[in-house]
Design a protein around this ligand. Structure first.
Ligand code: NAI
Ligand code: MG
Length: 354
């Protein structure tokens, strides 16, 4: 078997990003040691709010060129409001990469891990995956404001292209084919009378190409409620940019801590690398204490393994993470007393035994 060498651009960013990215890299190195046929070459870039203070920009002018040849981008978190306003750090780095590299799909799994307390009183075993359209929809720059005071008017247009809508839906069906074979479409065609009936039509057309996969449509308000009352009902959910944004925060919340929630921004045309980053931010309130939960970043690494076609290994890594949570080796955000390095070591240990 040929050696697969994967070039990973590592961007720890700010705050706890600099603590959890090295932790996850240790795990990935352990994974490649037991796998044999795979090697990760990490190139680290120091782009962050501290970098901004020195250079007056979040990333150098040639940043995207330097990232472009990577097989994937592995990012921690960006943001330090004490140094740089959030809109500058976010738009100067994260959003720039997502847009320029056409990362048009965002995926976020939510699963109840053993040993973790969900805020739901009686959570059944849920294991769902939200596919969020990541490039258009409600988050568009089309619109404007006119007049001031009493006569003021603000208009914000939502953009739904057939290409973008269909792309997100196909991605959802392809993922469902590898899972429990069910796709739920998040709609609101009873209230939003142009874009959402269009969304429903495209969904009907796409689903006819996947006769083996069951599907249904739910209005977003009811769907959000079901995420709280019956999350175990869902397998893959496909949603517009705004609906997906809201649903995925509920997904992270019912898992028990934002510190464990993973995410991926996927480029589907193969022109640019995809970017893997946990849901959480730089967590300034706990930075430097060594107690950041590394699981969000490590689970994100699992999504990267899936992306490289190493799904079997991905399943094993998630099993290992769950074995560690079941053993109650938990950081303080999950009610435990363990440090980042304890959780990481417990995971690395189990990887070595694979
Ligand atoms: P945050 O996610 O950084 O923190 C929210 C809460 O969750 C805090 O109490 C924090 O301690 C906790 N938390 C987060 N990650 C954790 C982990 N790995 N282990 C244990 N606890 C964890 O969100 P916040 O405070 O709103 O934002 C802080 C900074 O991060 C801001 O500058 C914000 O713009 C940025 N941010 C960046 C994101 C990204 O890079 N994708 C996403 C969200 C926020
Ligand atoms: Mg959000």
């Amino acid at each position: 078997r040929r050696m697969k060498r994967l070039k990973i651009a590592s961007l720890p960013g700010d705050g706890v990003g600099k603590e959890v990215v090295p932790a996850a890299q240790t795990v990935l190195k352990a994974v490649s040691n037991v796998h044999g046929g795979m090697q990760f070459d990490f190139t680290e870039y120091p782009w962050s709010c501290e970098y901004y203070l020195e250079h007056n920009q979040m990333m150098p002018d040639d940043a995207l060129e330097r990232l472009q040849d990577a097989d994937a981008i592995f990012l921690g978190a960006v943001g330090n409001q004490k140094l740089v306003p959030d809109h500058i750090s976010l738009w100067g780095m994260l959003i720039k990469i997502r847009r320029e590299f056409e990362q048009v799909i965002n995926i976020r799994p939510a699963k109840l891990l053993k040993g973790i307390t969900s805020p739901l009183t009686n959570p059944k075993d849920f294991d769902l995956l939200v596919v969020r359209e990541n490039s258009e929809g409600e988050y568009s720059e089309v619109g404007g404001r006119i007049f001031r005071g009493e006569d003021e008017v603000a208009i914000q247009n939502a953009i739904f292209s057939r290409r973008g809508t269909e792309r997100a839906m196909r991605y959802a069906f392809e993922l469902a084919a590898k899972r429990r074979k069910h796709v739920t479409s998040a709609t609101k065609s009873n209230g939003i009378v142009h874009s959402m009936p269009f969304w429903d039509e495209v969904f009907q057309a796409v689903k006819s190409d996947y006769p083996d996969i069951e599907s249904d449509s739910q209005h977003i308000d009811a769907l959000a409620a079901f995420f709280v009352t019956q999350p175990q009902r869902f397998d893959v959910i496909v949603a517009s940019n705004l609906f997906g944004d809201v649903l995925t925060d509920i997904g992270a919340a019912i898992m028990g801590s934002i510190g464990i929630a993973p995410a991926a921004n996927i480029n589907v045309n193969g022109k640019y690398p995809s970017m893997f980053e946990p849901v959480h931010g730089s967590a300034p309130d706990i930075v430097g204490k060594g107690i950041a939960n590394p699981i969000g970043q490590i689970w994100t690494a699992k999504l990267m393994l899936d992306h490289f076609g190493e799904e079997e290994l991905g399943v094993k890594l998630l099993d290992i993470i769950e074995d560690v949570t079941a053993a109650r080796i938990l950081t303080p955000d999950l009610g435990g007393k363990y440090a980042t390095e304890d959780v990481t070591a417990a995971i690395v240990d189990r990887v070595h035994k694979l």
